[in-house]
Ligand binder design. Sequence first.
Ligand code: UDP
Ligand code: MG
Length: 318
Amino acid sequence: MNLSLIVPVYNEQDNLPLLFEAIDQTMSTLGRTWEVIFVDDGSQDNSLPILTQHAEKDPEHVRVVSFRRNFGQTAAIAAGLDYSQGEIIILLDADMQNDPSDIPMLLEKLDEGYDLVSGWRKERKDNAITRNFPSMLANKLISSVTGVELHDYGCTLKAYRRPVLEGFRLYGEMHRFIPVFANSVGARITEVVVNHHPRRFGHTKYGLERTVKVVLDLFTVKFLVSFSSKPIYLFGGTGLVLMAISALLMLYLFFRRIFFLVGVTGSPLFQTSTMFFILGFQSMLMGLIAELLVRTYHESQRKTTYTVRTKINLDKHD
Ligand code: UDP
Ligand code: MG
């Protein structure tokens, strides 16, 4: 299997027939083996019967996974990945805001040697105040914190080579951070401008609150990517800084006592210094505990601390 399309579906009954047609049209011109996996995320409308009917009509290409309840878009994408077989994975929204006719362009980019091609909705057709503007800020923030410069993390339409999707699991709202994880395993990443259409049927499942979730997720992602194999660098580093501040304060109080005869314990700086020392020391200890956890994590799953792109004359070592 060459290509797997993964489409999360939550209450999209009116969009599905259009989507089926658009997908068939594009895929039939590609000359690749392909499948499309629709993940019904506990829809309450007629999405599931419509998907079932479509799957019966085209059993060669269409697969459906249906959740017992709504687990969210990220979970739907994770399930799609679990059940997919393609060497190349393309994610796509079901609401026809993404355009399946952009797929050949993404594939062309992959063929140039990239491992991940990210869609960029340059002319995004969503609510400017609740969606586009916060999303622009979020993209800038994510790019600068993670060092993976993309204009549109939120665009679902992206193409991936399977190996860069392995080795991490998706939690919370984290599917948008796949490029960050992929970058951490050494993926070559690029982006292309894709079409975006206003929603014609149904309505968006998200609002301003998602930006908050994204920012919180960013903390987790940054920590996982930068420190998950060496947490003591973060905790120990913080601890050292706090303890250094504590020591400087103490030194200051000490000299003041000697040369100017000002009492040490009367000054609020004394309490501050003590507090910084305790916090710093605790932080170091937390780092050590985190180091233990990291070892359990990597060794229980036999996870390596590196990823390999190619091997030569080493086939026996799989
Ligand atoms: N979706 C889903 N589960 C959810 C919410 C959304 O599977 O809990 C799907 C939805 O059907 C659509 C895609 O995720 O295919 C993107 O959702 P939406 O269009 O509401 O997001 P927006 O385009 O407004 O960011
Ligand atoms: Mg949408």
